[in-house]
Design a protein around this ligand. Structure first.
Ligand SMILES: [Zn+2]
Length: 331
């Protein structure tokens, strides 16, 4: 039988996987792990592979067997010793009930005799102060056989008390070579692979998503709309209106990625992904950085479900940006 993909970590995660295995092999597996790093690089897959490995009845040296009862449960999502907690459909935050059910789960015996129980929480920053405190109780009373895996795209947002109770594993932007060959299997064309990875800042799952959702066309439409603003064919209000029916996180991702790209171009002379943004190179780098910072904060607020007026937020962003552009051009 072919080993199911879902039960193994990605090829670019081997060094973290080996670090993890050393802990397991030496009997030092902590009861709370934090997998931290940028979004869309495969941390959830790593967590699932680790959970399957720890729950497997006869794991090989490197991975879950894929064939035992526990692995079958794991593959069809029915393992009674495994829980995944993430915000409910349409919500941005993890509910207190979800964490409470977790406390009951961690207090009960594992279904498999002498086995472990595994809990994956993602993203951990989707917990507010109440849910985080409830989770802390679970972390403070370690039931010896429950392993908590927290996933965070932005670990600086977590309560320090949560971070300090977890052993942290860092995941960075993965090796370009490994990611390119993985993506090429889906995409085929090597040049397209490079464009997709450039557009996604080297994050493989984001690149794959852009490909699947025809996202390149969307990004280009954002770029041309911004150019139209620059040349005066649109007003900031027009543009904000136009973008209202788009996913605000997607719009802010585009905005932040482009600003990051612009600042790398200015500070490190890297070539730019979107040529239309070359129009903005006269904006002083520190203002580009300020604008980026503002964009990242907004991205994070919307990501956490803070209620902000999309139209006003976008309009303000574009008005400020145009003011910067005009001031820079006038100097
Ligand atoms: Zn197995």
């Amino acid at each position: 039988m072919m080993m199911s993909e879902a039960l193994v970590a990605y090829s670019w995660q081997m060094s973290q996987w080996q670090d993890m295995q050393r802990l397991i092999d030496s009997g030092r597996l902590p009861h709370a792990l934090l997998l931290a790093g940028p979004e869309s690089i495969g941390k959830l897959r790593f967590a699932k592979a680790l959970a399957a490995y720890l729950l497997c009845e006869s794991p090989s040296q490197f991975a879950a067997c894929g064939q035992c009862r526990s692995c079958h449960f794991q593959l069809d999502g029915s393992n009674p010793d495994y829980r995944e907690i993430s915000p409910d459909e349409g919500k941005r935050q993890i509910g207190i009930d979800q964490v409470r059910s977790l406390q009951r789960f961690s207090a009960q015996r594992a279904h498999r005799d002498g086995g472990r129980k595994l809990v994956v929480i993602y993203p951990a920053e989707a917990m507010n102060i109440f849910t985080a405190n409830a989770l802390l109780k679970t972390l403070e009373e370690p039931t010896s056989n429950t392993v908590l895996i927290l996933i965070s795209h932005s670990s600086s947002q977590l309560l320090a008390t949560i971070r300090s109770r977890c052993v942290q594993f860092r995941f960075g932007i993965p090796d370009a070579g490994l990611v390119e060959s993985w993506l090429k299997d889906y995409v085929g064309d090597q040049n397209l692979v490079k464009t997709l990875l450039a557009e996604s800042g080297g994050r493989p799952l984001a690149a794959k998503k852009i490909f699947e959702e025809d996202g390149l066309a969307l990004l280009q439409s954002f770029d041309s709309a911004l150019s139209a603003l620059f040349t005066g064919q649109k007003t900031p209000l027009n543009l904000a209106d136009e973008l209202l029916d788009k996913d605000i996180l997607q719009v802010l991702d585009w905005w932040c990625t482009r600003l990051m790209d612009l600042s790398r171009h200015q500070l490190a002379a890297q070539s730019m992904v979107a040529k239309s943004w070359l129009e903005f190179t006269s904006v002083p780098p520190r203002f580009v950085m300020d604008t980026l910072q503002r964009g990242l904060e907004l991205r994070s607020s919307f990501g956490r479900g803070v209620a902000l007026n999309k139209r006003l937020v976008l309009e303000a962003l574009f008005i400020e940006w145009m003011a910067l552009c005009r001031r820079s051009a006038a100097r």
